[in-house]
Ligand binder design. Sequence first.
Ligand code: ADP
Ligand code: ASP
Ligand code: MG
Length: 411
Amino acid sequence: MPTLVMKFGGTSVATLDRIRRAAKRVGVEVSKGYDVIVIVSAMSGETNKLVGYVNETSPLYDAREYDAIVSSGENVTAGLMALTLQEMDVPARSWQGWQVPVRTNDAHAAARIEEIPTDNINGKFGEGMKVAIVAGFQGIGPDGRITTLGRGGSDTTAVAFAAAFGAERCDIYTDVDGVYTTDPRITDKARKLDKISFEEMLELASLGAKVLQTRSVELAMRYKVKLRVLSSFEEQSDEAGTLVCEEEEVMENRPVSGIAFSRDESKMTLVSVADRPGIAAAIFGPLSDAGVNVDMIIQNIAEEGRTDMTFSCPIDQVKRAEQALNGAKEAGDINYHDLVADTEVAKISAVGIGMRSQSGVAAKMFKTLSDEGVNIKVIATSEIKISVLVDRKYMELAVQALHDAFELEKA
Ligand code: ADP
Ligand code: ASP
Ligand code: MG
């Protein structure tokens, strides 16, 4: 039998009624002759609630216990989906990650999938089971403890299963009907894309478009998984949604394909550090050891042997970063006059493979922001993206202005 992977995100399983709707869609695919692997998220809001419990109990928590707690939301929806399908007379059963087992590395809270054995589930398909429901977002580490794949990780579970089982397609059902030129919640001028290249989707995801987890796009690209994003609220059809595919399959050719943003950024500046060989390593080594995801970095011109070093990181890692840097200062490894955190910034990025061949994109982006009176605090570029850090209060304005400037509403 051909296999299909269907993933339902949090809003698509938010109530028993929605689980029933999702189960009906699964039933349709079963009736077409597919063996279906369903990956479920926790009911919407559930994971946030669990993360809140963890933070309130222990701000610098033990990540193994964090995983034990925050993975639990998916267990509930997996079981409920199985029961719902059974009520519809569709032979189905649920699996938690460890039962498959979804083997991951030991990077708790941000684990990577290393192996998914297929014999267990395929054995059940062989016995007449039609739907395997797997709790997304979770796995089991080398030490036998539960791991999670990072926020949004059920997308990655889905793509990894599609790769492991050689699925015909991996359908990601969510609360929007596809991938848009920017988050449709920010502007109603956002336009749905029929197709988007893996590379652009990878950039958009890693720069904040949460419609797909970054790692899921990486896996789809590597294992050539046919990946589709579509709405669980609208009518099903073979053309629905957005196909994430090879660059050659995308017809549009424009410098910018989409605008991504990330609200929860912060900018940290080490004021007056000694400018000597090894200083960057002495600063960013301890940050990396503390698990801080440093993104943009700027080092200012040195004067009298001292310089300012600025970097950005997610806002919820500021405490960790401060702790790591203060520790390095106390140990005598670095020396700075002050550590200033600006937690009121957001990152906005323009993404497009057309940037490789068309110049002037950066200039247009900077001009647009300047016309809106938005000050740029940090800039970073790569082959197919330009990112800027701006005051968070201008984030929506900036996204809308850039969306207009690059005429993204026009097909
Ligand atoms: P799920 O719970 O189904 O995994 P998510 O909330 O993780 O859903 O992702 C879907 C959301 O992603 C949408 O509701 C939308 O607000 C947001 N989003 C951000 N950028 C984009 C984009 N470019 N296209 C579509 N959705 C986007
Ligand atoms: N429930 C997890 C989260 O909210 C995983 C997911 O939904 O993809 O991050
Ligand atoms: Mg998601």
